[in-house]
Design a protein around this ligand. Structure first.
Ligand SMILES: O=C(O)C1=C[C@@H](OP(=O)(O)O)[C@@H](O)[C@H](O)C1
Ligand SMILES: C=C(OP(=O)(O)O)C(=O)O
Length: 429
């Protein structure tokens, strides 16, 4: 089945807009897990409402957790005895497929995990092998992947476990998030080449501590979580800074100023790196009372950057780099081949289809800017490939984005937000 094409709007004037972004996927889905495992009812305030968060909510509800939306749009989470039989659809959400199996191991009864075809290709071995070592009974037919069944025993021993988290930081986050509820807590020791997306593990540690858990992360590649209760709380979700990328990129490639409302002054979100990365590419930013004001001139410089810690920013950075006045080299991101799609291959193929000159290397992208032309841009069910295409379309007429609706994985109504960004463009002087 072919998906409809979305004609990417071309910017006719510099942008001048204030953007209120929905909540962070990573914070929302961690907050939901921590609230579900807490010692009483709590709230997740200003949550993201998107495909990935809906899948997390549905998965927790299937295991018995009460989650109700309040009239203000917050989520009231009422923990319960976790139970099977239950069915969890993980979609293509890394956070759901990795964070919920440890929760299922705490349930009484069988929990079946299924998802999109791509979820069956994405790595899960660190979670499966790790949980088994900690005492869980998992039937994965020997594949180390989904689909699988966790035969929950109402609790888990826990203890010390060695895993290789070089393919995804989410393996570590998954075992830590449920760790306080394991009888012996958990000590996760990473063995292997370096763990990507370290800020996301720092986010896990920070959110566990905020919920009262005792976490020791003083030794590199080792994390210890003591057994104990998680406090029932109000958790307020920050705006999704990774999803700020296309909006800030608009100011870079078109010129003008975009203010991202409520940008936190301190955060573990990897999107905070955009301030530095996009400044190096030609923009400038300042904190204002409203948020972060980011200004570009329309002239973009290439960048040499190791994105190992912030891989999810790659697609939009690659799109901007394809429009730059000098080449770029993006490295440290081999693990992106195992994301929603093989992002390195997809970006090279689609940018080249518009006349670009991009090669995917063993661990990144080499981008040599060339004049681009319009054409179809395939998105491979990948929200960030779709927003990257929209950025190119701002300055390259005739870009048609296939399945723009895939942005709904983490960013509801992206086309509406994008139209708002351009609608408020000030007239050219
Ligand atoms: O824990 C999280 O919320 C995430 C961790 C990262 O995963 P990887 O470590 O698999 O890259 C990131 O890319 C993903 O978008 C979200
Ligand atoms: C890699 C990503 O998602 P997931 O949580 O599915 O891993 C992403 O959002 O860029």
């Amino acid at each position: 089945m072919t998906s409809p094409l979305w004609p990417a709007p071309v910017a006719s004037a510099p942008v001048d807009a204030v953007v209120a972004l929905p909540g962070s996927k990573s914070v929302t889905n961690r907050a939901l897990v921590l609230a579900a495992l807490a010692d009483g009812p709590g709230y997740v305030r200003r949550p993201l409402v998107s495909r990935d968060s809906a899948l997390m909510t549905a998965g927790l509800r299937a295991m018995g957790v009460g989650i109700e939306e309040t009239p203000e749009g917050d989520l009231h989470v009422v923990p319960a005895q976790l139970r099977g039989p239950a069915h969890v659809d993980v979609g293509n959400a890394g956070t759901v497929m990795r964070f919920l199996p440890p929760v299922a191991a705490l349930a009484e009864g069988e929990v079946r995990f299924e998802g999109d075809p791509r979820a069956y290709e994405r790595p899960l071995d660190g979670v499966i092998l790790g949980l088994r070592d900690l005492g869980a009974d998992i039937d994965d037919q020997g594949t180390g992947r989904l689909p699988m069944t966790v035969r929950g025993k109402g609790g888990l021993r826990g203890g010390i476990v060695e895993i290789d988290a070089s393919s995804s930081s989410q393996f570590v986050s998954a075992l830590l998030l449920s760790g306080p509820r394991f009888a012996e807590g958990v000590e996760v020791r990473h063995v292997g080449t370096s763990v990507p997306s370290m800020p996301h593990i720092e986010m896990t540690v920070a959110m566990l501590r905020a919920a009262g858990a005792e976490v020791d992360d003083s030794e590199p590649d080792v994390w210890r979580v003591a057994p104990g209760p998680l406090a029932a709380r109000d958790m307020v979700v920050e705006p999704d800074l990774s999803n700020a990328a296309p909006f800030m990129a608009a100011a870079l490639v078109v010129g003008g100023t975009v203010t991202i409302r409520d940008w936190p002054r301190e955060t573990t979100q990897p999107g905070d790196w955009l301030r530095d990365l996009f400044t190096r590419m030609g923009g400038s930013c300042e904190f204002t009372d409203e948020g972060l004001a980011f200004t570009g001139t329309g002239t973009v410089h290439g960048i040499d950057a190791d994105l190992h810690d912030v891989g999810e920013l790659t697609p939009v950075i690659a799109a901007v780099a394809a429009l730059a006045d000098s080449p770029s080299s993006l490295s440290g991101i081999a693990h992106l081949r195992l994301h929603e799609t093989d992002r390195l291959a997809a970006l090279a193929k689609e940018i080249n289809a518009l006349g670009g000159d991009v090669s995917d290397t063993a661990d990144g992208l080499e981008i040599r800017p060339r004049p681009l032309h319009g054409g179809e841009f395939q998105t491979y069910d990948d929200h960030r490939i779709a927003t990257a295409a929209a950025v190119i379309g701002l300055v390259v007429p005739g870009v048609q984005v296939e399945n723009i609706a895939t942005t709904g994985k983490t960013l509801p109504d992206f086309p509406g937000l994008w139209a708002g960004l351009l609608g408020s463009a000030r007239p050219a002087s």
